[in-house]
Design a protein around this ligand. Sequence first.
Ligand SMILES: [Zn+2]
Length: 259
Amino acid sequence: MIDTHSHIYSEEFDTDRVEVIQRAKDKGIKHIILPNCDSSTWPRMLALENEYPGYCHAAIGLHPTSVKKDYREELALIKSELERREYLAIGEIGIDLYWDKTLLAEQTIVFKQQIEWALEYHLPVIIHVRDSFRESMNSLMPFKNSGLTGVFHSFTGTLEEAQEIIAFGGFKLGINGIVTFKNSGLAAVVEKIDLKHLLLETDSPYLTPAPHRGKRNESAYVSLVCEKLAAIYHLPVQEIDERTTENAYEVFTKLPKIL
Ligand SMILES: [Zn+2]
């Protein structure tokens, strides 16, 4: 298993991060991908990557909820980082209209700029979409057939939306603890999607799968998402593990392959 989306660099893990990572390793998690939010989260993220080289992998990007009036400065920092060193991916990026609808124009500019950089630096993108499926697809449309690849992280949409993403090409859907929530309806959607389009993730510390719902999430719990998919597809857990791991290697081509 690979946890393709985890914020375990955040302060929620400051007291027991070593144990959290050990539990992930004990569960058979081969890699943890760390998506960035903005320049305030980045030193913590890089410090964690530094402590666990080859295991924790940093992405760089400006999260849509971190897009403020000063977005140009934030973008300039990201550009200089992309010049300075290699990252696994650009993320997380996208459009979020749940918290604030007034910055749609700025979020769109920031999203598209980062997509352009993803193409320039040959990196996949980690996309965050919340209450903004149409707006996000509109932003992506000019990049159809550009070779852009990535993941729609924390996918919770309808079957039609999943099919639209798959038809766009180059993208997988990130599935997390939401699929274990009885009221989410996501399991019924996932059932109709070919497993080859799915990635496992936690979005730690958020979206903790059942039976730990309501508590802090951590990377080891990606195994609960894996088990839920096994139940949905009527396949052995081992097969879900192997196939979603392969899917993750397909998107995140710079991940060292561990068999
Ligand atoms: Zn995230």
